[in-house]
Ligand binder design. Structure first.
Ligand SMILES: NC(=O)c1ccc[n+]([C@@H]2O[C@H](COP(=O)([O-])OP(=O)(O)OC[C@H]3O[C@@H](n4cnc5c(N)ncnc54)[C@H](OP(=O)(O)O)[C@@H]3O)[C@@H](O)[C@H]2O)c1
Length: 320
């Protein structure tokens, strides 16, 4: 008898890189149906087809995660499919190291933080209701990165992340404000700050909702996936040398396929059912390819900051 796909996972930014490979890996597990939540439908369709993903194993729904209206529309469209929501992977992100002036989201927020943090923050909050209804053991996963953490080699390189007193958020995060700490615009720091927000959000979700809902909240660093389009806005020479540097010098390099498989494991495998964890396979730590729970940065483990970030983010996205 044909096996039924009963579980549904939504993956944001599944049109390329880690998200696409995670979609492929989960679509190969017969019990999972993958919803690819992407801003470019044609690109996503071509990407799924080029990887040979079975047509009944996935669907594509439009989501521009930088737009709060689009996030709300996406949730409605997903609900209209009648599917259960059993896992959510917040993966979409932008990294714009070379821009001199900030770009803005439709609501007027600095675009990197709007995409990587605020849109996902709203999505997580709206989808809590849906995850709660899952008859499986639901999971919510937010992609982290080593660069959020100045305790790690990859996080030591300046500019370091620092949300400060969240002054930029408290003052509305609209022009002329560009950074969460309210200071001068630094695009690399904006990315790192957004990734600190991702870890703080996961930890605060865990603190607020794990016990009452049973949802597993986790984050992961899948390794340095130096070939992805994340680096498309960097200098061409950097794009050429970075993978070689990661392969032969730091040893942190992982393929897009392996990174996607790691995400799929955190979504689906019993080994990752503990909530509030930040999973890693290491960079300089050599753990024979095995995952372990990694300590997050001091700022990302600050519970007071997590709560304050939550309250201010809720206000910015119109939840409070
Ligand atoms: N690459 C690494 O070394 C590395 C390491 C650690 C963690 N990560 C994390 O892994 C995740 C995926 O990164 P990646 O390396 O796979 O990069 P990527 O190939 O550039 O993928 C990013 C995805 O996000 C999508 N996206 C960007 N803005 C969006 C928006 N406004 N609405 C909807 N989708 C949007 C992109 O869509 P388009 O195709 O339409 O542009 C793309 O599908 C990120 O969270 C990143 O922080 C990456």
């Amino acid at each position: 008898m044909e096996q039924h796909r009963q579980l549904t996972v939504v993956i944001t930014g599944a049109s390329s890189g880690v998200g696409l490979q995670a979609a492929k890996a989960l679509s190969q597990r017969k019990e999972w149906h993958v919803v690819m939540a992407c801003r470019d439908l044609e690109k996503t369709k071509n990407a799924a087809q080029s990887l040979g993903m079975a047509p009944d194993s996935y669907s594509i729904i439009h989501l521009d995660v930088a737009s709060l209206d689009s996030v709300r529309e996406f949730v409605q469209k997903f609900r209209a499919t009648g599917r259960s929501l059993d896992a959510l992977v917040c993966n979409a992100a932008i990294y714009m190291p070379l821009i001199k002036e900030p770009l803005r989201s439709p609501e007027g927020f600095e675009l990197t933080v709007a995409t990587n943090h605020l849109g996902h923050f709203l999505l997580c909050n709206l989808f809590l209701e849906d995850l709660k209804k899952s008859s499986a053991k639901p999971r919510l996963i937010i992609l982290g990165t080593v660069t959020h953490n100045p305790k790690e080699l990859g996080g030591k390189i300046p500019p370091r992340p620092d949300l400060g007193e969240l002054k930029g958020f408290a003052e509305g995060f609209q022009a002329p404000i560009t950074m969460i700490d309210g200071k001068k615009f630094e695009p690399v720091k904006a990315y790192k700050d957004s990734k600190v927000c991702n870890v703080l959000t996961m930890r605060e979700l865990h603190r607020r909702y794990h016990e009452s809902t049973g949802i597993t909240f986790s984050s992961l660093y899948p390794g340095c996936v130096a070939t992805t389009a994340l680096f498309r806005n960097h200098y061409p020479l950097f794009q050429k040398l970075f993978p070689l540097f990661q392969k032969y010098i730091t040893g942190g390099f992982v393929s897009e396929e392996l990174a996607g498989e790691r995400v799929a494991e955190v979504v689906a495998d019993p080994a990752y059912s503990e909530s509030g964890m930040y999973w890693s396979w290491g960079n300089r730590q050599k753990k024979e390819g095995k995952s372990f729970v990694q300590e997050v940065s001091s700022e990302a483990s600050d519970d007071d900051k997590a709560e304050r970030l939550w309250e201010l983010s809720a206000k910015l996205v119109g939840l409070a």
